[in-house]
Write a protein that binds this ligand. Structure first.
Ligand code: PPS
Length: 570
């Protein structure tokens, strides 16, 4: 069957050991040095073992790595644009040399594969970034990962699969290359055009993919990435539910959906070639390549890293060798007066073309505004709205900070009661003293322990915020750096409102409800905030309260009004 000819003239690799050998390896695995795979390495290993990365047989050795970085080729001259490397810590690499067998385990310690190490080396990551991504600017997510998250030493070598990684979600939608080829064969699909995506599909995508398939007289594979995509992308659970809805919109028997456990690098043109090789391995004959394929976003000066059609250009240069045909993405637009989608170059003068940018779509989701029916499918919009509720349904954290005796706890308590009265969400109060008695009972007031205390409070508040509740925190939190860390963590999942209770030290000391200031002045209590330990005043708090002017009731009311203004309460 010509359509399923192997790329590079090679066989589709299946690197799993036969069952009896796998059992034997399992019995001896405790003898091997063991490496716990990172989420990205687990994705890479999954696709190495199941043949999606054919013709690779393991993580790249040094010579292949160098050639891939320099020329997009393996030593064998076969086209391979992205270095698939196993990065490990210096401590782990210390005992490893060529000839060592290591065990590769998932986060739960399950043995996924062994690797016969052939190479151990310390790469020049700046040079790798420049050669593979064309930049060392770490606003590029691939560069950021390489420079700041990947470990410093690379190991190369052949891998032997013992047990496929376990997935608990969407099992029926996950296929190995041979399973998908089998499905195509069974269905009699001789030509298959793949659509790569990391975003939800809307009507325009449905139109363009269907047109692409019709144009080349092929069936269609929606092949979204569910491994690792660009940071900030919509989670794959939500996306897959959306894809399942969109699938219903294609004529029956024309289109299928399968999930790809790929860890993307966002390498633009090089990544497009990689996607093509992978799709070829999955039995596809065509790949749709659009504008800005595998786009990493803009650099630190706001300029794009790659030209919009660089990926198409590079694909074209290697199309014959890749043995998979590119279907260049044609922009489709909605023409209101004809009530249909047309290719942008098919519109006529006088046509009213409607447009809704991605940014505008997200704004409307965020602000609970209408999204027109022509733009997307009602079921898709429902899914996205459920995953991205408007602010008044999102969780948030109100983070009070201020000196001991400044009035944080009293205002925090008043705020809690008012929010409970409002009743829109569950409320949890993480007051300084309460946390110190429970969550942080073993901690002292050293800098290190105060940081740990705030990080713990931040962790709990983040979990509450993520799950759409309200967390009210009221520790002293004297250090800017730690408050900033907590803000950053929580802001990714909901609201973060910092309230600086700016009661001056003299007033707190004059109140001295617990008698601690007197003890601190007398030198009985050491390292007391404001006396002989610093309090770094916030400069960017959303709210500053002066308790000399405001009663606790009014202070809590001011917080409520700010929450309303920010959209978190109705
Ligand atoms: S921190 O710095 O954020 O970890 O502090 P926190 O967990 O909020 O705990 C502050 C309460 O502990 C009492 N206390 C001290 N505070 C500051 N410095 C020292 N050395 C100290 N020792 C005990 C104090 O009563 C604080 O309570 P509040 O409610 O802030 O007055």
């Amino acid at each position: 069957m010509g359509a399923f000819k192997q790329p590079h003239g090679g066989e589709l690799k299946d690197l799993y050991l036969p069952e009896h050998l796998a059992d034997e390896v399992k019995q001896h695995a405790s003898e091997y040095p063991s490496w716990d795979l990172t989420p990205r390495q687990l994705c890479d290993l999954d696709l190495l073992l199941n043949g999606a990365f054919s013709p690779l047989e393991g993580f790249l050795g040094k010579a292949d790595y160098k050639k891939v970085c320099d020329d997009m080729r393996l030593e064998s001259r076969v086209l391979w644009p992205i270095p698939i490397t196993l990065d490990v810590s210096e401590a782990f690499a210390e005992g490893i040399a060529a000839g060592t067998t290591i065990a590769l385990r998932d986060a739960e310690g399950v043995l996924i594969a062994t690797m016969d190490v052939s190479d151990v080396w310390t790469p020049d990551k700046q040079s790798e970034a420049k050669r593979v991504f064309g930049t060392t600017d770490d606003t590029h997510p691939g560069v950021d990962y390489l420079l700041h998250r990947a470990e410093p030493v690379y190991l190369g070598g052949r891998v032997h699969g013992v047990e496929p990684p376990t997935f608990y979600d969407f099992k029926l939608l996950r296929d190995t290359p041979s399973e998908l080829r089998g499905r195509f064969r069974k269905l009699g699909w001789r030509k298959v055009v793949a659509f790569q995506t990391r975003n939800p599909l809307h009507r325009a995508h449905q139109e363009l993919t269907f047109r692409a398939a019709r144009e080349v007289d092929a069936n269609l594979l929606i092949h979204p990435v569910v491994g690792m995509t660009r940071p900030g992308d919509i989670d794959h659970f939500t996306r897959v539910r959306c894809y399942e809805h969109v699938l219903e919109e294609y004529p029956e028997q024309t289109t299928t959906l399968s999930l790809l456990n790929l860890a993307m690098r966002m390498a633009g043109p090089r990544e497009a070639l990689w996607h093509a090789i992978i799709r070829k391995n999955y039995g596809c004959t065509h790949l749709i390549v659009g504008r800005d394929h595998a786009n990493p976003g803009n650099d630190r000066n706001g300029e794009p890293f790659y030209g919009p059609y660089d990926a198409q250009e590079l694909f074209r240069q290697h199309e014959r060798e890749l043995d998979i045909t590119m279907v260049p993405f044609k922009e489709v637009v909605y023409v209101e007066n004809k009530a249909e989608y047309l290719a942008a170059d098919e519109t006529e003068p006088g046509d009213k073309v409607l447009n809704l940018s991605g940014a505008e779509f997200r704004r409307r989701l965020r602000e609970d505004l209408e999204i027109p029916e022509w733009f997307s499918f009602p079921k898709v919009i429902d899914e996205l709205r459920r995953a991205h509720p408007p602010k008044y349904q999102q969780g948030f954290t109100v983070f009070f900070t201020g000196l001991s005796g400044s009035g944080k706890s009293t205002i925090a308590n008043a705020l809690m009661v008012k929010l409970l009265e409002d009743g829109s969400r569950p409320v949890t109060l993480l007051d300084g003293d309460i946390v110190r008695k429970n969550l942080s009972s073993e901690l002292t007031f050293s800098k290190e322990h105060r940081d740990l205390n705030i990080q713990r409070i931040g962790f709990v508040a983040n979990e509450i915020t993520k799950n759409r509740g309200i967390a009210i925190c009221a520790p002293i939190a004297p250090y800017t750096h730690t408050r900033r860390l907590v803000r950053k963590m929580i802001s990714e999942h909901g609201g973060f409102i910092e309230v600086f209770v700016a009661t001056p030290l003299e007033v707190c000391e004059a109140r001295d409800r617990k008698g601690l200031y007197a003890k601190a002045r007398a030198g009985i209590l050491k390292g007391f905030t404001g006396i002989d330990d610093p309090y770094e005043e916030p400069v960017n708090a959303e709210i500053v309260l002066d308790t000399q002017e405001l009663s606790p009731d009014l202070a809590a009311h001011r917080v409520l009004i700010t929450l309303e203004k920010l959209g978190y309460l109705r």
